[in-house]
Structure formats: structure tokens, C-alpha cells
Design a protein. Sequence first.
Length: 367
Amino acid sequence: MNDQANSSGSVAAAANGSTAVANGTAIQTEVVVVGAGPAGLFQVFELGLLGMKAHIIDTLSQPGGQCTELYPDKPIYDIPALPVCGARELVDRLMQQIRPFGAEFHLGEEAVQLERRDDGRFRLVTSAGTVFDTGAVVIAAGVGSFQPRRLSLENVTQFEGSQIHYRVKSAADFHGRKLVIFGGGDSALDWTLDLAPKAASIALVHRRPEFRGAPASAERVRALAAEGRLRFIEGLAHSLHTEAGALAGVHVKAASGELHLLDAEHLLVFFGLAPKLGPIGEWGFDLDKKAIRVDTEKFQSNIPGIFAIGDINTYPGKKKLILSAFHEAALAAFAIQHHLYPAKKQFLQYTTTSPAMQKRLGVAVTA
């Protein structure tokens, strides 16, 4: 089975991995995957094993989804055969794994329009004007498009991205710096624990004494505060303190009403995300609290030919784990193959013994 890409030359791979479409000609393909996080990337792999190729759309500028956008260096311990790996490492490994299948990426593009044609195929359009003529669509968009909840103080915008941050791209950027971290969830606690021994000074500010993050992390933070290795203030951000046009600190109003001035070269703000389904929510899916209902045989939505895997879907017993998304991708691939080629008899093959799969993977076929 081959990708039915337009042979007229209108499909041209750009240097950043996206695809430009000349003259508005639709890209013909078997599958479009919406979302380039771990679930979407593994979906490409499972499709590839069955001989199907895919195009991938993501609003972010790089593959990895929320996994690398929010906690690229955070260790993950529940990936089979990998005792521990960082989120960025996991995505790098998935990218390496799908390389033989030649998936084309359309990054920095949002899927904005989806129409089911009379012949059962779909017309999908992105925010960049890229048009697809596809036989099936997989929604692997996590919790949808998202924006971090921002710090609501005067003059915040002029320091965002330089001294006020809603995500950590490189932990090394904050080594030896004066830091103030806001939040009480896992991200705030994890980065506090990670950066406490490496920062020049560090303070954690949360509006109440209880934390929303893992109890074990909360206990470690309290222990470090008790030892004087970090400062914890129960309170709220009040105003920024600047010197010569640069951020030099932040005023925090404690629960007691007292105003504290905390020296800071950088503020790390982890108030969580404001997820939005965006256009996906208007496509006629059967939704349950912004999640797409699917069956557990095919992981197909109420619209034949559209499947949903990962955090974006829901079904009885659903668990929002990367491991679960990988399982969903495997079953969805078989369902997609049957949807596209109903007359083709399906065989369960194994990569260790199947010459066809080994050829698709580009590995030597054993005698």
C-alpha cells in the first residue's frame, strides 16, 4: 500500500518538514494524524507497519506535543523497557522509530476545517491553507490546543519569554540564577526540586499551604524549606519590581497581608493550562467533557473514518497514560486498514518474523 500523494509535483517538502501545496491542489493521502505528540507519532509507526503512510499536523513548531512543550526534561518511568527517559528523549526515540515510513509533518498549522465527502473520504484544511484529501483521520491532539495561564500583573508582557517563563526549555538556563517559582502543581514542585540545588536562590510562592502536586514531592519541598534551602511563601504575586528597565524581583503579598520583595532574575509561572478543543469541537463529534467518545474495538468516533487516541478520547475505564495511547494506536491502525481496504484480508504479523514488515522497517530479513 502506498501513499496516494499527488504525482503532479504539487506536494513539496519544505526544509522544516512541513509541506507546501501549490495552486490549492489537495494532498491525497491515506491518513492524516492531527497531533504530533507521543500518541500521534506512535500512530504513524503502527500505520507504517501495516503499509499505510500518513501526514501529521500540529499547531506547535516541533514534534512532541505537550510532552516536550511542558516538561522536556522531566523523567518518565512507565514506558516499557525504558526504566527512565526524559520526555524529549522519548520523542526523539519515536521520531527515529517512524523514520522508515516517510511521514510528512505540517508543523505550526492547526486543523480548522473538516468535511466528509459523499464518497466517504474527507477534506481537511489547515490554518496555513494546506488542503488534504484523506481516507481517514486520527485525532491525537491531547487536550486540544492550549495556552498557559499567565501571570496577571502590570507590565508582565514586556518580560514574557525573557525573564518570565511559562515553560522550561532548558533547565541549564536557570542554573546560578535568582528564581521565584509560582504554582502548587506537579510542574511547580518538580522544577523547584530540580533547580533548588542549582540556583543562586529560589523561592516558591503558592496561594495556599496545600499543594496539588504529588504528595511525595510536596513533602520534599517542605523539607527543603525547613532546612533553609529554599523559601516558601503562602501568598499571591502583587507587582513586579524593576531596575533600569529589567526585572529585578517581585512583590508578593502573603496570606498574613505582609508584602515581601523577592529578588529574582527569572520568574517561572506554573498555573496550569487553559485547554481548548478549538475547531475540533465543532466537527460533530459525540463529546463528553471536551473528550471524543470512542469504542474500544476500533477507537473510532461516532463519525466513520475518524478515530481518536490519547488524552483527547474517552471510553469506560479510560486512563490518560502514554502507555494506553500506544495500545489505542495499535488497534486503531488495524481498524483504519479495514476502513480503507475492507476487501483486504487482515493477518496479524510480527516484526520478528514478517518479511513484509521488516522490509517496511528497512531492516535485514533473516533467513
